[in-house]
Design a binder for this molecule. Structure first.
Ligand SMILES: Nc1ncnc2c1ncn2[C@@H]1O[C@H](COP(=O)(O)OP(=O)(O)OP(=O)(O)O)[C@@H](O)[C@H]1O
Length: 663
């Protein structure tokens, strides 16, 4: 066994046909890394949704997802994790890579014999998730370049170019390197190119271990084969490559060095790919000639197709019994014994600091993220155009509808002014909140993925996002005010115009913050969009125009002080009516008094709008922190320093006596 699964530097070169490019694995300077794990158990508490097993009359409050798995993943080898849907493939990958763990974990994981608690493995590994979301406005080349810049502090242009070129060449992305990623509305690269870009992003920086969750999902057979061939090349360069895969074709299956077969969270097979057919044949499952071994495992072994299930046994129970039986067979096998002895004698070679995946400092992250956000906004012409067009069109409509109100009778003039001021506020609040919510919800997926991949941290991202968006929220109200203000006939001196524009700008910033905050409340954009009207209608009702807030019941009237529309409306109305007299009569102040807008005047209202904006931005930050840390605001994150000290430290004592392995 030791021979069959030993690390082979002498793996024969693959026939890559037209994909054979000049490939120099020298870029990967990372140390070879062996991941070993023993008795891994991962279970989820079912909490309030306790499942009741009516037959046995017991309450199950825990679901075991990974059930006592032991194994070794070695450098230079491409390992496939396979199994039926729901068998625990993604959970095992997450467990090994230390991502998305929401349940209880027991067992041990080591990297070259060092205990990998506290997510230390993330320092030397990259994870490519199934949802390869990327900013649609960026090109393949820019995405790879950004990934490198986020990893290497102060990288020189020459090295950057060489790393980028290497990644592009290796992943066969030359043809589409200047094509934008695109999305469903604006088609960009193909699905296969997108997948390869995701791999290129991660392999452009050194890493000893590469985890992939279904890299071939949604791809045709030909492109899937290409992707797996590329993974094989990466493995041959010395990395440990582990991929979850669904139903591979026989060509793809033959490329794997090792296979992990799971059923109901249990190990059914864990060893060399070329031993799988003999192994199952030995325990009574003979693979027919000319049959894809992967198909054979799914149909003949894991489902025992053709076998009659007793009508008294449910499919689930049958599956459980079968998994139990197959895993017992596995545990008794010679291959399992060899694997256990491998786990007891792992490679314990030193891991150099050069193998650690770095991130740049927070200020450099902020700089890069601001540049990216500006570029993204400049390219996202549709959103900018919509914002500008909205301001022009609504400004013109207001100008026409309320045209020259100044020269109407006093009653008409005041009625028109009130209507124009209130709906000016609404026009700079509602559309902004909806636009921000819909665009930010899409961006959020990208940010979540990048945060998980530890390209940057949330604070630099959020600061850059707010900084870059502020100008857009300023331009809209300025355009709107420039068009409508003088057409309506508001006070003509410039200072009144400036105060009017400032009030609307501050309101627009509040709408921006509300849009971001709402997107952090819900996982689904549809739910968030349905919830938003409620968050907008309440400030509208308490805005001071629809209902006289002075007449409201005290226990509900306080809500007016939380409404940014109220402060903006008060600011704009005071700006137009304060000190307005007719024949010495203080008509404007009387009107203001009758509106019960409160004692805050222009400056006070501006300060409150600023305060509400700050509160909402801080709330948005914590909302983002909550959703990007899986709902746990105070997640225990281990510092990079601690992770480094774990990996640079001595191997576990139990392995020191066996310190004889060499790759
Ligand atoms: N956080 C969780 N809460 C509850 N159940 C979970 C959780 N995570 C995983 N599961 C359950 O654990 C089982 C294994 O899930 P996992 O996603 O690992 O399976 P999989 O083999 O990758 O499936 P697929 O091939 O369909 O993606 C499934 O039944 C899933 O519903």
């Amino acid at each position: 066994m030791e021979d069959t699964i030993s690390i082979s530097q002498d793996v024969p070169d693959l026939e890559l046909g037209s994909y054979q490019t000049e490939y120099s694995p020298s870029l990967v300077e990372a140390n070879p890394a062996e991941i070993t794990f023993e008795n891994l158990v991962y279970s989820i508490q079912l909490g309030n949704n306790k499942k009741i097993n009516f037959r046995k009359g017991t309450t199950i409050s825990e679901k075991v997802i990974i059930d006592n798995i032991t194994g070794s993943l070695r450098p230079g080898r491409l390992t496939a994790i396979m199994g039926p849907s729901g068998s625990g493939k993604t959970s095992l990958l997450n467990l090994l890579s230390g991502r998305n763990i929401t349940g209880k974990v027991s067992g041990n994981i080591w990297l070259n014999g060092r205990p990998c608690e506290d997510g230390a493995l993330s320092l030397v590994s990259r994870f490519i998730s199934q949802d390869d979301v990327m900013l649609p406005t960026m090109t393949v080349s820019e995405i790879i370049e950004m990934a490198i810049r986020f990893r290497v502090e102060g990288i020189g242009e020459e090295e950057l170019e060489s790393r980028k070129k290497h990644a592009i060449n290796t992943l066969e992305l030359e043809k589409c390197q200047n094509t934008r990623i695109g999305d469903s509305m604006d088609k960009g690269v193909s699905g296969g190119e997108r997948k390869r870009t995701a791999i290129a992003m991660e392999m452009a920086t050194n890493s000893s271990v590469l985890f992939l969750d279904e890299p071939t999902s949604g791809l045709d057979i030909y492109t899937s084969l290409l992707v797996i061939k590329l993974l094989k090349k990466i493995a041959q360069s010395g990395q440990t490559v582990i991929t979850v895969i669904h139903q591979p074709s026989s060509d793809i299956f033959n490329l794997f060095d090792d296979v992990v077969l799971l059923s109901q969270g249990k190990t059914v097979y864990f060893g060399p790919q070329d031993q799988i057919v003999p192994y199952f044949s030995k325990i009574g499952y003979k693979c027919p000639n000319y049959t894809n071994p992967a198909d054979f495992m799914f149909t003949d072994v894991l489902n025992e197709s053709g076998k009659d299930i007793s009508p008294r046994t449910s499919k689930l129970e049958f599956q459980k019994e079968l998994s139990q039986r197959l895993s017992e067979e596995w545990n008794k096998s010679e291959l399992a014994n060899s694997l256990r002895s491998r786990v007891q004698n792992p490679n314990t070679s030193v891991i150099n600091e050069s193998s650690f995946i770095d991130t740049i400092n927070s200020f450099s992250q902020f700089k890069l993220l601001s540049q990216r956000a500006f570029k993204n906004m400049a390219r996202n012409k549709l959103m900018v155009r919509i914002r500008v067009a909205q301001s022009i069109i609504i400004g013109l409509i207001f100008g026409i509808v309320f045209y020259d109100s100044r020269n109407k009778s006093l009653e008409v003039k005041i009625q028109n002014f009130m209507g124009a001021l209130f709906f000016s506020c609404i026009s700079q609040f509602l559309p902004v909140a909806v636009n921000v919510l819909s665009t930010f919800s899409t961006e959020l997926h990208v940010v979540q993925r990048e945060l998980q991949s530890e390209y940057y941290s949330l604070f630099p991202y959020f600061s850059a996002k707010v900084l870059v968006e502020i100008p857009l929220q300023i331009i809209g109200p300025i355009i709107f005010t420039s068009i409508s203000y003088y057409m309506i006939g508001f006070r003509s001196e410039f200072r009144y115009f400036a105060i009017h524009a400032c009030g609307l700008i501050l309101l627009s910033l509040n709408a921006f913050a509300l849009g971001i905050f709402t997107s952090t409340l819900f996982k689904s954009i549809t739910v968030a969009l349905s919830f938003l009207p409620m968050l907008v209608v309440i400030p509208m009702i308490f805005g001071g125009f629809i209902v006289n807030t002075g007449s409201m019941l005290g226990w509900i009237g306080w809500l007016q002080w939380t409404s940014p529309i109220k402060y903006a409306f008060t600011m704009l109305t005071t700006n137009q009516l304060s000190g307005f007299t007719i024949d010495g009569e203080p008509v404007g102040d009387e009107k203001l008094e009758s509106l019960s807008l409160g004692r805050f005047k222009i400056v006070g209202c501006a300060l409150f709008l600023l305060l509400l904006f700050i509160i909402m931005i801080v709330a948005s930050y914590f909302g983002l922190l909550r959703i990007t840390s899986n709902g746990k605001l105070r997640t225990k994150t281990t510092s990079t320093k601690k992770k480094k000290s774990i990996l640079l430290g001595n191997p576990d004592e139990r392995f020191i006596k066996n310190h004889s392995n060499k790759f």
